[in-house]
Write a protein that binds this ligand. Structure first.
Ligand code: CP
Length: 292
């Protein structure tokens, strides 16, 4: 692995190796593999979790880190994306993490840099480290994945998180069903439903998504409140079912998941964030070791 653009850049054996290493990191194992190595974060879209998670992960394995402040960078003076990447690459980073609103940008940039590119999320295309941390979190609670079902609920058509999970999870035996209103339903051969109640009934795991209003070209729904009436995960909808609930964040409270269910022990949103640091430590370490 010398870049990570989509989950298909890593085979299952490597995924499981990363998970073993992430477990070790969670139990306090250290790594100094990143000493004297530089990671640059270039985030052209906002981020709370992914950017800081890569920063914390890089520091924990000894890397130096620079965050390009895109708002005050020379992109506003007309510098192209490729020149920006080439100039940052000339500073000798080992790894550049890129987030961009356009699908395909991290993959394209990987052809122009000596540094390994890690995709921090591109448009509705891919978010590979999110899918890795999601699967890792599922495996912590669901010991046997084969034969289990996960429902991905909400604005699936516009979600890079959904896309990457739909690629990764079936490789480990999970059946994925998609639950969305017609305007958020992706073109897919996976089982589909428009009913949240139906999705909950059929599933062992439920992954809620944020409604990606920034990617909607037209507003073909009345309001988020109307959407929430049908698709917000609540204690009332779930009842006492033994289910694991995930959300990649940021959560729109009472639109994607209700306040009461966010506080429920079946909801693992903050565990996902904690696991994300360990997974990213494992990913960065693996890439650095492959560069040697
Ligand atoms: N899960 C996720 O990508 O969150 P951020 O947008 O805050 O990075």
């Amino acid at each position: 692995m010398n870049k990570l653009i989509t989950p298909n850049d890593i085979d299952n054996k490597t995924v499981l190796e990363l998970f073993e290493r992430a477990e070790e990191f969670l139990t306090g194992t250290n790594s100094t593999v990143g000493q004297d190595k530089l990671l640059i974060n270039i985030f052209f879209e906002n981020s709370t979790r992914t950017r800081s998670s890569f920063e914390v992960a890089a520091k924990r394995i000894g890397m130096n880190i620079t965050n390009l402040d895109v708002a005050t960078s020379s992109t506003s003076k007309g510098e192209t994306l490729f020149d920006t990447a080439a100039n940052l690459d000339a500073m000798g980073p080992s790894i550049i993490v890129v987030r961009h609103k356009s699908s395909g940008v991290p993959g394209l940039l990987s052809n122009y840099t000596k540094a390994s590119i890690v995709n921090g999320g591109d448009g509705a295309h891919a978010h590979p480290t999110q899918a890795l941390l999601d699967l890792f979190t599922i495996k912590q609670y669901v010991k046997e994945l084969e034969g289990k079902t996960i429902a991905i609920v909400g604005d699936v058509a516009n979600s890079r998180v959904a896309n990457s999970n739909m690629q990764l999870l079936p490789r480990f035996g999970l059946k994925v069903i998609v639950c969305a209103p017609p305007h958020f339903m992706p073109k897919t051969d996976l089982e589909k439903t428009h009913s949240l109640k139906d999705a909950v009934e059929k599933s062992d795991i439920i992954m809620c998504l944020r409604t990606q209003t920034e990617r909607h070209k037209t507003h073909n729904y009345a309001s988020l409140k109307d959407y929430a009436k049908d698709y917000c995960l609540t204690k009332e909808v779930v009842g006492d079912k033994d289910i694991l609930a995930l959300h990649p964040g940021p959560v729109n409270r009472n639109i994607d998941i209700s306040d009461d269910f966010l506080a429920d022990s079946r909801c693992k949103v903050l565990e996902q964030v904690q696991n994300g640091v360990a997974i990213r430590m494992a990913v960065l370490e693996k890439i650095l070791k492959n560069q040697k």
